[in-house]
Design a protein around this ligand. Structure first.
Ligand SMILES: Nc1ncnc2c1ncn2[C@@H]1O[C@H](COP(=O)(O)OP(=O)(O)OP(=O)(O)O)[C@@H](O)[C@H]1O
Length: 716
């Protein structure tokens, strides 16, 4: 993918720049075939610009065309955005497209619509929807791609772990050479006697789904402290990011963990975890929480927000003194942390076990898709700190196992998500109706990388005279992630993805799609195309979700296809590349998705497929995010963004400029800007208040779609 950068300089597709025997921008030479994707392509004699030069090229072009025949430049130079219904040959049996298909064959029997694209003189060739359907559904054997998937010709995504087998449903033989579809009740494959994959053996003797009991976490020190993302080369550059604190009576900041008055065991545990010095969000948040203040904290993805709340909360719990409620049926947790997805709740729980290692703090995690009885037993064994997803938490509370009256800390991780339309009713119920002390008698802290203004307004219902700490811009993208965009026709996406994965040479890649069905579909396709792939989404069994994540973490599968369940918070070491196969409908979701790479000072890469017909409403916000992160902005994206309202390039007049919505209401001295870096180390350790008076007015960008269908799937 270095090629992407390398080739960006060429603006005109007509100018032959270099000979490529390997890959073009995203183009890949496969045998004697050259496929260009995204916005550039390669012929044997020309390399065309990826960033700006041309549209993507039909796959199996012959090599002797001149680049000007193959492409026309965009704008004044003319531009060809080749879209086609499928330059793939269909596979005899199942209609699954194979790479390297023949565009000419395709053209012979497909209808094309040719139209011009405004004043630019571009023309776009696109297949009609009939073509698209045929491209997908027709195969010599008369079975379409989707038919193949449902009908039994698609094998498990990943050996016997990935079989797309649902509870109580028919299952596919995990033996790739067999792939037979078996009825749900069969324990072995009818055709080859291969045992049913473990993940499908979930029916009890009454045919009801058996409940999943997750494996007990290891107590071994090396296991507890493994699995974290290690610091990258840009870790120290976090200190250069400006920090802003707003609110009354601000607290100081710390420059080392030793300054933070943490419990001594935590200091030892930090060493074991290789935490040498705090990140900016930790420097500012730990003193605020330790001082007993409510907090809204916003910092870029992967910059250490979890430790920023866990360390001071755990310290406070120990300082206040923990009574042992072990083996009592009724537990009175002192701290509750709520997270939007099961995997994130589990991850926070594991971080909590890490920091609280060898202390008396007992943490319990409650999340859906697992046995409630099992989790209730865990609670009975003692629960000072409960971490969970809202639905399961409510469930266990309603079963009378937990009293909230002693809760002194409420933490909302991914707080903007917890308070959006999908989760807000559950969170409100948890906080306001089940006996939790009111906001003046508990401490409430909220963390996220994004805090839209409307959510900030709502959050005020739960917070008491809070401080707002922002590191960098609210809602800004992680600047350690290089962002690339390719305008790709919907039907070109799969092939483009394969080219990118081939070019990546097996690097760990997370591919986001919008729908659960497409996640299965794509994972299956990638498996068949030779990429070890697994998938995670809300329709998979919890056991399968955890196995999928484990396989991806260990590298057994180097591609994970995911819906938005994996967009927030997940900390997976060595994810080198995030691909938005489908762009999300919300810019905040985009920021969180690409934040799965480039964590903890490591560099990462994000590639997004842009399809004008679906993604046009995102353009203004994308342009703004790119500009803010100092990323190159493709001209075509700017063009698309024109007339899309608040996001014209150059304007930051939106919610992204949003900081504390209370600004201007603190009288003087309520807002302070800081440099958390080395320069300020010589200064007083107290935050220096620099009153800035009233802020500029701003417009709220209403293009956000706060609740996306898939992402509410984890309410339990
Ligand atoms: N001070 C530190 N020193 C070394 N590593 C750290 C430090 N703080 C955090 N990390 C590591 O950085 C990684 C990212 O941290 P974390 O998951 O808390 O990020 P985050 O800000 O919560 O991200 P997101 O916004 O995606 O939820 C983790 O692996 C964590 O162990």
């Amino acid at each position: 993918m270095a090629d992407v950068e390398e080739n960006k300089t060429t603006q005109s597709a007509d100018v032959p720049v270099k000979t490529s025997l390997g890959r073009g921008i995203l183009g890949t030479v496969l045998g004697d075939k050259v496929r260009g994707i995204g916005r550039g392509s390669v012929t044997n004699s020309q390399v065309n610009d990826v960033g700006d030069g041309t549209g993507f090229q039909d796959g199996n072009r012959t090599n002797n065309r001149s680049s000007s025949e193959s492409f026309r430049a965009r704008g004044s130079q003319g531009h060809f955005r080749g879209a086609r219904g499928g330059n793939r040959r269909t596979d005899g049996g199942n209609g699954v497209p194979k790479p390297g298909g023949n565009v000419d064959n395709f053209r012979n029997d497909r209808k094309y619509t040719r139209h011009t694209n405004g004043s630019s003189g571009d023309f776009v060739v696109s297949a009609t929807s009939d073509d698209n359907r045929r491209g997908r559904e027709e195969g010599p054997a008369g079975r379409g791609r989707e038919g193949a998937f449902r009908g039994g010709n698609v094998r498990g995504s990943f050996g016997n772990r990935g079989g797309y087998v649902k509870q109580g449903r028919d299952w596919m033989c995990p033996d790739l050479a067999c792939g037979n579809k078996n009825f749900a009740f069969r324990k072995v494959c009818q055709k080859c006697n291969t045992p049913r994959p473990e993940s499908s053996s979930v029916l009890d003797k009454n045919g009801k789904p058996q409940e999943y009991i997750p494996p007990a976490p290891s107590d071994k020190e090396e296991d507890i402290f493994s699995g974290a993302v290690q610091k990258g080369t840009n870790f120290d550059k976090y200190d250069d990011i400006p920090v802003e604190v707003s609110g009354r009576d601000q607290c100081g900041l710390i420059y080392s963990f030793e300054d933070a008055n943490l419990h001594p065991t935590f200091l030892k545990n930090l060493q074991l975890a290789n935490y040498e010095k705090p990140t900016p969000i930790q420097k500012y948040s730990i003193p605020v929480i330790s001082a007993g203040r409510d907090l809204m904290a916003c910092a870029q993805t992967g910059s250490g927000k979890t430790a920023a709340f866990l360390l001071p909360v755990l310290t406070a719990l120990i300082k206040k003194g923990l009574t042992m409620d072990q083996h009592e049926e009724f537990q009175r947790p002192r701290a509750i942390c709520v997270a939007p997805t099961r995997e994130l709740a589990l991850q926070i729980y594991n971080d909590c076990r890490k920091f609280a290692y060898q202390t008396e703090v007992r943490a319990v995690v409650l999340y859906g898709g697992t046995s409630v009885d099992y989790q209730m037993k865990q609670v009975e064994c003692g629960a000072h700190f409960i971490i969970g997803t809202p639905g399961r938490l409510l469930d266990v509370i309603n079963k009378g196992k937990i009293s909230l009256k002693d809760v002194s800390f409420l933490i909302l991780d991914e707080a903007d998500r917890m308070l959006d339309m999908g989760f807000e009713p559950e969170v409100r119920k948890l906080v306001e109706t089940l006996g939790m002390p009111p906001k003046t008698e508990r401490q409430t802290v909220m963390f996220s990388a994004t805090f839209p203004e409307e959510i900030q307004k709502l959050a005020a219902d739960f917070l008491n005279d809070y401080l707002f700490v922002t590191v960098g811009r609210v809602g800004g993208a992680n600047t350690d992630v290089s962002q690339h965009f390719f305008e790709v026709d919907r039907l070109q996406k799969r092939e483009s993805l394969c080219d990118i994965l081939n070019a990546g040479g097996g690097e760990k890649t997370l591919v986001f799609v919008e729908s659960k069905r497409n996640a299965d579909f794509l994972a299956s396709y990638l498996c068949q195309s030779g990429f070890p792939t697994t998938s995670i989404h809300g329709d998979r069994l919890q056991r399968e979700r955890e196995e999928a994540l484990a396989d991806f973490k260990t590298g057994k599968a180097h591609v994970l296809v995911a819906t938005s369940v994996a967009a927030r918070g997940l900390n997976i070491p060595e994810v080198m590349h995030v691909i938005n196969y489908d762009l999300p409908s919300s810019i905040d979701e985009y920021v969180h998705r690409i934040g799965r790479t480039g964590r903890c000072g490591n560099l990462g890469k994000a590639t997004s497929f842009f399809t004008a017909e679906t993604d046009q409403p995102m353009t203004a916000n994308l342009v703004r995010i790119l500009k803010e992160a100092c990323q190159p902005i493709p001209d075509w994206l700017v063009e698309h963004s024109r007339g899309m309202g608040a996001g014209d390039a150059g304007s930051f007049n939106s919610r992204f400029g949003g900081k504390d919505i209370r600004r201007g209401k603190f009288g003087g001295g309520g807002r302070a800007k800081h440099d958390s870096g080395s320069a300020s180390k010589t200064a007083s350790r107290q935050a220096v208040a620099a009153s800035e008076g009233n802020d500029d007015s701003k417009t709220i960008d209403n293009q956000e779609d706060l609740a996306t269908g898939d992402s509410v799937e984890d309410w339990d």
